[in-house]
Design a protein around this ligand. Structure first.
Ligand code: F3S
Length: 387
């Protein structure tokens, strides 16, 4: 793999050497020819619940010897930093999580603790990124036309330290060519479940032809779901996403119709009353919070937890919406989410409107997950839809 003199020098700097060697090994595995400079980094896997003692030690040790060279944001942690007691997080977990965050901050990370960095990072078409959060990776590649592989927390940190990433995978034009045409016909609230179905297709990169124009929130939900069920890192939507017309169209075709989606929704709809309704995977945007607040004119009879980025709460309209949700009996938590926090484990049945949470909650938190559209989730939560 070709390295410039400046890049070679990084191999001799304490701390940088480990990161550079790591990126070189990844590059060699994927046959990268060179390193490329990255515009921004997003680090996932920072919840103490996920990385435990070994991860905490690794980050703390690294923070004693290196600083990040470029802008790096971080994913949700294991708790709301201000309301962790309300989440039933124990003191020991709280302190361990704080140590991880302090170490990341010491290296130069921006502690956004949010999984939608595409809403607040300046990302341009064609920008090279090293992002590690599957929903953000799909969003950046597909909707913004930026270029990033699905990094791990460790390779993202290595990129923040060196400012580099090996050039392979989604950084190369030839790997952004769609290989299957997927015709979809969505009804309201179908996007996440459609994403789950598309993720399961045996293909690398779907070219989606939608009967109706997809909203941004639908593409966000769909991308997060297909990354969870099938590890997809990008999709094109005809006439909508920035690279839809750049590559040749795939020969292979498949259709996912209304009937199929209805069946998939029915299969995942609650068969028992959920203990909690959890919304905000990926983190709810300001617009999504306003939408949730519309349902809060009734009292919640089942607890509702909403997860979002703390920076959203600085907006006065969003603040009012949050007050409304909390007045109805819900809780709006920041810095964390239902999947990476151990708090979810005290429930046994969770209803979500997210294909990603539906996929990961049983595996990572050991809880039963049910799916409904946002409207259905809220109707169940307010007791207007009885299971
Ligand atoms: Fe974000 Fe947590 Fe879902 S990090 S995408 S809310 S699993």
């Amino acid at each position: 793999m070709y390295l410039t003199r400046e890049e070679e020098e990084l191999l001799n700097k304490p701390g940088c050497d480990v990161c550079m060697k790591l990126l070189l090994s990844v590059g060699r595995v994927f046959d990268a020819k060179r390193m490329v400079k990255v515009h921004s980094v997003h680090i996932s896997g920072i919840s103490y619940q996920n990385i435990g003692e070994a991860g905490l030690e690794w980050i703390e040790n690294l923070s004693k010897i290196v600083k990040f060279r470029i802008s790096a944001t971080v994913n949700p942690a294991g708790m709301d930093l201000r309301r962790w007691k309300e989440m039933n997080i124990d003191e020991e977990f709280y302190h361990k999580q704080l140590r991880i965050l302090r170490a990341l901050k010491k290296m130069g990370a921006r502690l956004e603790m949010c999984c939608t960095p595409y809403y607040f990072n300046e990302v341009g078409y064609g920008d090279t990124l090293a992002w590690a959060e599957s929903n953000a990776v799909v969003y950046a590649n597909s909707i913004l036309g930026a270029r990033t592989n699905r990094e791990s927390g460790i390779t993202a940190i290595a990129s923040a330290v060196t400012g580099l990433t090996p050039e392979y995978g989604m950084h190369l034009k030839e790997n952004r060519v769609p290989d299957i045409r997927v015709k979809i016909d969505l009804s309201e609230g179908d996007a996440a479940i459609a994403g789950c179905e598309i993720g399961r297709l045996e293909c690398n990169l779907p070219y989606i032809v939608s009967k109706k124009k997809l909203e941004e929130s639908e593409m966000k939900a769909m991308g997060a779901a297909m990354a969870a069920t099938g590890g997809k890192t990008m999709f094109h939507v005809e006439n909508q996403t920035p690279e839809w017309n750049v590559y040749s169209k795939p020969e292979e075709r498949v259709a996912i119709g209304r009937e199929e989606l209805r069946e998939a929704r029915e299969e995942n709809f609650p068969t028992e009353v959920p203990d909690i309704v959890a919304i905000g995977c990926p983190h709810a945007s300001s617009m999504e919070i306003l939408k949730i607040a519309e349902f809060a004119r009734y009292k919640f009879v089942i607890p509702v937890w909403v997860f979002t980025c703390r920076r959203n709460l600085t907006n006065s309209t969003v603040k009012l919406a949050v007050e409304k949700i909390e007045k109805a009996g819900g809780k709006v938590f920041c810095d964390t989410c239902m999947v990476v926090s151990p708090a979810t484990e005290r429930f046994s049945k969770v209803m979500v409107d997210s294909g990603k949470a539906l996929t990961y909650l049983p595996k990572l938190r050991g809880v039963k997950a049910f799916f409904g559209s946002l409207k259905e989730c809220m109707e169940v939560a307010t007791g207007r839809l009885v299971i």
